[in-house]
Design a protein around this ligand. Structure first.
Ligand code: PGA
Ligand code: ZN
Length: 424
């Protein structure tokens, strides 16, 4: 037992310059750790609540209600508890809130507290965080997938992330591939006279008039690096379906024609036939369940239909959705669900169902590498942490390199199944 001695908090900025709460835990023996809440740009309707004074944005004063929640509610409930008993701490946070989506204490407060406790618990035991979160030695590592481009504001792919999914199981080789394709894509964009600018998630912000020309160009950029689609890499799309769903159908920004779910599904099937596309995230709005099921049936495993906003990292929603045949993969973002234990439970459930699991960043991030440890501990198939640039993204990928090195030192090479390319 290592008792929590102090729970403090401060307002900090995230990678988008938006105020966030950072919680700091001090435990017996002088152990001290802090973690800040990440923040999504497209937030699903089923995810944990951000407690803040929205009127005070973008100043740090917006964090005042979250700071008060830590001081008045969380601190008294956690002082004296065992910092190493993550499940008990997270249960206490849920009981303290007493409702859904942490509307009382704040999902941002809950996740920052939960992550800081986990970090302090790992320090207290002297173990790496991934080992503290899962006692067993990881049998494999997640494969990094990269946001290589996303739609520029004002383009008709504004909500879309274009993902590169390396097939190699070796983290360093996957990262090498990510940076090479990213550079080759910049050269291709320049060659076509497109200005390319950094996206907030470490890829390139592009405006090529649609998904097809963008995928085309990424495949060409990969070929420039000697990489073959389907052999060395696959493509993925995060479509954020809810963002372009309207009463008349799905309307891409600046396009006058609404698409029915059947039209949209036909388009996706077309893309899967044409490109090495094997990963479709949030292809429809979460409420369009029949469309999800239909697409999954028609793809029949050729591409994974993956739920982000659909599941909001919630084990119960994943359980129901997978049983109903809606998806064969799930994103897990700790701040969607509120605590580390719930995120680990969702990962375990995904593994039991045999679906692909993807531990993911949010667009508003910080320099923490917490999600890398979570992905390793939870046996995730993939680590989705943005593009291979910008420290808020690269910090996560670099930590995967360190963990791979540590594991290879522990055991002779060859004994670890490094990673699998997902269970598609
Ligand atoms: P978000 O997007 O910030 O809207 O969560 C990130 C992602 O899905 O990768
Ligand atoms: Zn998403």
């Amino acid at each position: 037992m290592r008792a929590i001695r102090e729970v403090g908090a401060r307002a900090v900025f995230d990678s988008n310059g938006i105020p966030a709460i950072e919680v700091e835990i001090v435990a017996e023996g002088g152990v001290r750790a802090a973690e800040a809440a990440p923040r999504g740009s497209t937030t699903g309707e089923f995810e944990a609540y951000v407690l803040e004074d929205a009127a005070a944005l973008p100043t740090l004063a917006a964090v005042a209600p979250a700071l008060a929640s830590v001081a008045d509610l969380v601190r008294p409930a956690l002082i004296g508890r065992d910092v190493c008993d993550q499940r008990a701490v997270d249960t206490a946070l849920r009981e303290l809130d007493g409702g859904a989506w942490f509307r009382r204490i704040g999902g941002n407060v809950a996740v920052a507290t939960s992550m800081a406790v986990a970090r302090a618990g790992a320090l207290a035991t002297g173990r790496p965080l991934y080992r503290h979160l899962a006692a067993a030695r990881p049998s494999r590592l997640p494969v990094p997938m990269f946001n290589i481009a996303d739609g520029a504001v004002g383009s008709n792919t504004v909500y879309t992330e274009f993902l590169l999914l390396p097939t190699t199981r070796e983290p360093a080789a996957a990262l090498d591939q990510g940076v090479r394709v990213r550079a080759a894509l910049a050269a291709r964009l320049a060659g076509k006279g497109h200005r390319c600018s950094d996206s907030t998630q470490g890829g390139w912000s592009v405006d090529l008039g649609g998904c097809e020309p963008t995928m085309e160009l990424i495949v060409s950029a990969a070929e420039d690096c000697g990489l073959v689609g389907g052999r060395d890499f696959h493509l993925g799309l995060d479509l954020s379906g809810a963002e372009f769903a309207g009463p008349a159908g799905y309307v891409f920004p600046w396009s006058a024609n609404p698409l029915s779910t059947a039209d949209l599904a036909r388009r996706y099937l077309d893309w899967v036939r044409t490109y090495p596309l094997t990963f479709l995230e949030d292809a429809f709005a979460p409420t369009d369940e029949a469309a999800w099921r239909g697409l999954r049936e028609r793809l029949a495993g050729r591409a994974a239909v993956v739920g982000d906003d659909l599941f909001a990292s919630d084990a119960e929603r994943i359980d129901r959705g997978v049983a109903a045949g809606l998806a064969d993969g799930a994103l897990i973002k700790p701040n969607q669900v509120g605590t580390v234990t719930q995120a680990l439970d969702a990962l375990a459930l995904g593994a039991r169902h045999g679906i692909s699991t993807v531990v993911s960043q949010r667009s508003g991030e910080n320099a923490s590498d917490f999600i890398t440890h979570l992905a390793v501990a939870g046996g995730a198939d993939w680590l989705k942490a943005g593009g291979p640039a910008r420290m808020d993204r690269v910090a996560k990928f670099n930590e995967l390199l360190r963990i791979a090195e540590e594991l290879s030192r522990e055991q002779p090479a060859g004994e670890t199944e490094a990673a699998s390319g997902g269970r598609r």
